[in-house]
Design a protein around this ligand. Structure first.
Ligand code: NAP
Length: 502
């Protein structure tokens, strides 16, 4: 690897270091030192973002499309170094980092295409009716406008696709909003090299430098100052329920409240219906084991709970999952803290008599290995903590005594990113009864698949009722995510020459 982090923040085109430092904790290789974020840096970045908005927010769609494509090019130009530092810092395998980089640049290029085409503006027009009685109607046009500077919190579990130049940043730039990123403390070197790529694209196109800043973390007050800064008009966040809720509350209690688009926790329940279970328990079990343990289970769409009918077919399904998990060894987690949190989450299951351990394994240090538990419907319904996410490769089977109980269990879940049905044609009547419940609970409902692997397309919804997200009218993945950073403005009797450039 040739890239060696210098440990500075990028504030409106200037690399700024100094002051207190923190060290990253790479899963392999040497640790590096990084300048800690400060409230003063947040202030500088937000002021520069507001200044930049007066040009970037009113720039042509073609120029923003070129800018997004240039960021993708600059990321690809640093591909080898990005993968190397990303693997080092997160412990994720090389293939995953390469795939995530392709997803990140593909996302930027897709958004460039959408911006160039202009449909995202959702333009509407009601032509004037000068002869209408008793009063004439004026000419009315609706055009979406960018909201202003956006704060983005880099996610720990997607160091590229949900971080510095990830989905939130791409969506904000597409809309015409400058971005101030709060880098995630677990991968500051990866954040730095991606910020270099954005910086290079800014210089290439002569974009106002305040359009992008990266303030590294290390201190809690960086995030709180950022969401409370009066120049910030919206926030994109992926992370924990606790952190997301704290920041959401800060946004709501500002003198000028702003939208907080938080993508938080989810257990993504999976319902295995009786005929599918009888026909292909083994195949569904193997698929589930692979999906729940991919990326060490550190995916927001990890299917953490399976609702499975009681009886012999269900028993053989549970045995097959346990068998498949036996061959999956320990994997490195994103941070030691997360590995500790995983073990604490596991302890919650171990200490309950009513919870049956189906497959357990011990792990130490920054590693996590799979664990599977089983409970009855009544135990699950009596203890809501069993329905809380354990971040990592831990899953729970809930046994349903009847078809009616599947409906009852479905109703018991809080908001989810996804819900999955495994079904055969003979299960259609039961599935039809589950659908109104599942569509009310989840942002994406899928059949005979696994929710991990989120397509970046126009019809994707990655969001859902609270606590899956804090803004259930929105998605953080796919082209509709651009809408989060736009605000509808109606133009009445406006001469063409005064309408927005868009
Ligand atoms: P996190 O703790 O929520 O942190 C995410 C970001 O928010 C970080 O930049 C963090 O800054 C900031 N933050 C958190 N709480 C804050 C507060 N009260 N005030 C100001 N800033 C705050 O998430 P994480 O570090 O990614 O992972 C921790 C846990 O979150 C995991 O163990 C897992 O349970 C969950 N998680 C879930 C998902 C998901 O998709 N469902 C994804 C990732 C993580 P600091 O640098 O100051 O901490």
């Amino acid at each position: 690897m040739t890239f060696k982090p210098h440990g500075k923040h990028l504030i409106a085109g200037n690399w700024i270091g100094g002051g207190a430092t923190f060290r990253n904790q790479p899963a392999s290789g040497e640790a590096s030192s990084f300048s800690m974020g400060t409230v003063e840096l947040v202030e500088q970045a937000c002021k520069a973002a507001e200044e930049a908005f007066w040009s970037f927010g009113y720039s042509s769609r073609a120029s923003r499309a070129d800018f997004l494509n240039a960021i993708a090019d600059e990321i690809e130009a640093r591909a080898v170094d990005i993968t190397a530092i990303g693997c080092q810092e997160t412990g994720l395998p090389e293939a995953r980092l390469n795939g995530e980089r392709a997803r990140t640049t593909g996302q930027l290029r897709l958004f460039a295409k959408v911006v160039a085409e202009g449909d995202y503006l959702d333009q509407r027009r009601d032509a004037a009716l000068p002869d209408r009685q008793p009063l004439p109607r004026p000419d009315l046009r609706l055009i979406q406008q960018p909201v202003g500077p956006v704060a983005v919190f880099g996610a720990s579990n997607f160091p590229l696709a949900f971080s510095v130049a990830g989905g939130d940043t791409a969506a904000a730039f597409a809309a015409g909003c400058p971005v101030v990123v709060k880098g995630h403390t677990s991968h500051p070197g990866t954040s730095e090299i991606v910020a270099e790529a954005v910086h290079a694209a800014i210089e290439k196109f002569g974009v106002a430098p305040g359009v992008f800043s990266l303030v590294q973390g290390g201190r809690r007050d960086v995030g709180t100052a950022l969401v409370q800064h009066p120049m910030i008009k919206a926030v994109g966040f992926t992370g924990s329920l606790g952190g997301g809720r704290a920041l959401f509350d800060l946004c709501a209690s500002r003198p000028e409240p702003i939208p907080f688009f938080g993508e938080l926790g989810s257990v993504n329940p999976m319902f295995v219906l009786p005929h599918a279970l009888k026909a292909r328990a083994e195949a569904i079990a193997r698929g589930w084991a692979t999906s729940m343990t991919g990326s060490a289970g550190q995916l927001c769409t990890n299917p953490g709970i399976a609702v499975v009918p009681e009886g012999a077919d269900g028993d053989s399904f549970v045995a097959s999952v346990a068998g498949a998990l036996k061959s999956i060894g320990p994997q490195t987690m994103l941070t030691s803290g997360m590995a500790e949190a995983y073990r604490s989450g596991k302890a919650r299951f171990e200490t309950r008599n009513s919870v049956k351990a189906v497959h357990t394994s011990e792990s130490a240090g920054r590693n996590a290995s799979p664990n599977l538990y089983e409970v009855s419907m009544n135990t699950f319904l009596d203890d809501h903590t069993l329905a809380e996410e354990v971040f990592g490769p831990l899953s729970l089977v809930v046994r349903a005594p009847s078809a009616e109980s599947l409906l009852l269990l479905a109703k018991s879940f809080v908001g989810q990113l996804t819900a999955t049905l495994h079904m055969d044609t003979e299960d259609t009547d039961l599935a039809r009864r589950l659908m109104p419940i599942l569509t009310r609970k989840a942002g994406r409902v899928l059949v005979n698949g696994y929710p991990t692997g989120v397509e970046v397309v126009k019809s994707m919804v990655h969001g859902g009722p609270y606590p899956a997200s804090t803004n259930f009218g929105a998605t953080s993945v796919g082209t509709m995510s651009i809408r989060r950073f736009l605000r509808p403005v109606c133009f009445q009797n406006m001469p063409e020459e005064l309408l927005p450039v868009a």
